[in-house]
Design a protein around this ligand. Structure first.
Ligand SMILES: O=C(COP(=O)(O)O)[C@H](O)[C@H](O)COP(=O)(O)O
Ligand SMILES: [Mg+2]
Length: 415
């Protein structure tokens, strides 16, 4: 049975329970109707090509179906589960976000959303802890967990990094976090940073009586990432951080498989995501990136600051809701809100995101006029004010550090 472009368009198609259904937003290429462009997308992302084919065997059971074609540019494409290799995120993305991103049949195309069937999700581990980290590893049962990343993000010595961690932990944050581009550089070698920072963690825990921990950036070549995750676990760390986009999904899957036995949670930084999710008309949405991250098994994921802060965001609230939704029994993911946050805008952000998040601030702590510990106290006070239902200004009457932060940064987002 032959297959040609027109065979991939079926307006009346009813997706099967096991189909992966993807929503694309497309701008048809010159001279093509929406239907013609949609058929080409379904063809190229499953098992067709530009030339009509007449294979000996019937391969139609592996073909996608474009349906729900709307004149506003949205189209849904249903992919049979048999098209995919169970448990391989690279192979799935090579289908649904591969060649079609460059097809001339569309001027622009964006993969906006996916509906994942159990036939596919069962091939992935999902998060090991999810939101349980807030209670099983940390003690943030009824408030956001707080994190900070030392700034300047790169260039501090190991001793300075560990000291900043101590000051922030004593000031009130729960988690120290390496920045996305701090890995194993000569001024702050990985192993020394881990051991010295964890020593400071233990000291801060005993002095504050609070659980503290460290999101260690293990991003590197895959075998080295596994070795670094083992090093963290061997030295008493409970978290690793992976730059999931620059490391790649196969690498994330490898690290996740190893952390299952290490009792270590994965914090996902999304550096480089904006290369393909920032433009609303082309690329792959942050919503899909969040879905891929959850399937591959991260426990925390940066999802933006709901329009506040220094970085562009896309639907932070909607994505966070999806991360908490039921996904065939897979655990949820803790959203991380970060990027230009400081105490003066924490209430606005939490009003949007709710408090089941990790609030991360770098400059908004270390840029405090009275230093890191005061900055941490100010952020903790701002989050406490949200939980107590009082204004920041009222809270600042009993928190000098918060008063100084409000004086310095006011209530506006930085640019
Ligand atoms: O280092 C920071 C924030 O530092 P600061 O608090 O000084 O702005 C993070 O890398 C960004 O939050 C990443 O962005 P996102 O969280 O949107 O992925
Ligand atoms: Mg950073």
């Amino acid at each position: 049975m032959g297959i040609a472009y027109e065979d991939f368009l079926d307006e009346s198609y009813e997706p099967a329970a096991d189909d992966l259904v993807c929503e694309f937003h497309i701008q048809p290429g010159q001279g093509l109707t929406m239907g013609e462009a949609a058929a080409r997308v379904a063809s190229e992302s499953s098992n067709g090509t530009w030339a009509a084919l007449s294979p000996e065997s019937d391969v139609r059971s592996y073909s996608a179906h474009a349906f729900d074609v709307a004149e506003d540019g949205s189209v849904r494409v249903a992919y049979p589960a048999a098209l995919f290799e169970a448990g391989s995120m690279p192979q799935i993305l090579s289908c649904i976000a591969g060649n079609i991103m460059g097809m001339k049949a569309v001027d622009t195309i964006r993969l906006a959303d996916c509906e994942w069937p159990e036939a596919l999700t069962k091939g992935f581990p999902g998060p090991q802890y999810g939101s349980a980290v807030l209670t099983e590893i940390l003690e943030a049962e009824d408030r956001p967990a707080l994190a900070t990343v030392p700034k300047p993000k790169v260039g501090l010595s190991t001793e300075e990094h560990a000291q900043i961690g101590y000051d922030a932990w004593v000031g009130g944050v729960d988690l120290l976090k390496d920045d996305e581009n701090l890995t194993d550089q000569n001024f702050n070698p990985f192993e020394e940073r881990v051991t010295q920072s964890l020593e400071m963690r233990d000291r801060a825990e005993s002095e504050t009586g609070e659980k503290k921990d460290y999101l260690v950036n293990v991003t590197a070549e895959t075998d080295e990432m596994v070795r670094r995750a083992e090093y963290v676990a061997d030295h008493g760390g409970r978290f690793v951080m992976v730059d999931v986009v620059t490391a790649g999904w196969a690498a994330v899957q490898t690290v996740r498989r190893r952390t299952e036995d290490l009792d270590v949670a994965i914090h996902a930084h999304r550096a480089m995501h904006a290369a393909f999710d920032r433009l609303p008309q082309h690329g792959v949405s942050m919503r899909v990136l969040a879905q891929v991250s959850r399937l591959c098994g991260v426990d925390h994921l940066h999802t933006g600051t709901a329009g506040f802060g220094k970085l562009e965001n896309e639907d932070t609230v909607g994505i966070n809701e999806w991360l908490r939704s039921d996904l065939h029994g897979l655990r949820d993911v803790v959203p991380v809100t970060s990027g230009g946050l400081h105490p003066g805008i924490v209430d606005s952000v939490l009003d949007a995101t709710g408090d089941r998040v990790i609030v991360q601030a770098g400059g908004g702590i270390h840029g405090h006029p009275d230093g890191t510990e005061a900055g941490a106290r100010a952020l903790r006070a701002a989050v406490e004010a949200y939980g107590e239902g009082v204004s920041l200004e009222t809270k600042a009457e009993t928190s000098p550090a918060l008063a100084v932060a409000l004086e310095k940064w006011g209530r506006d987002s930085p640019r």
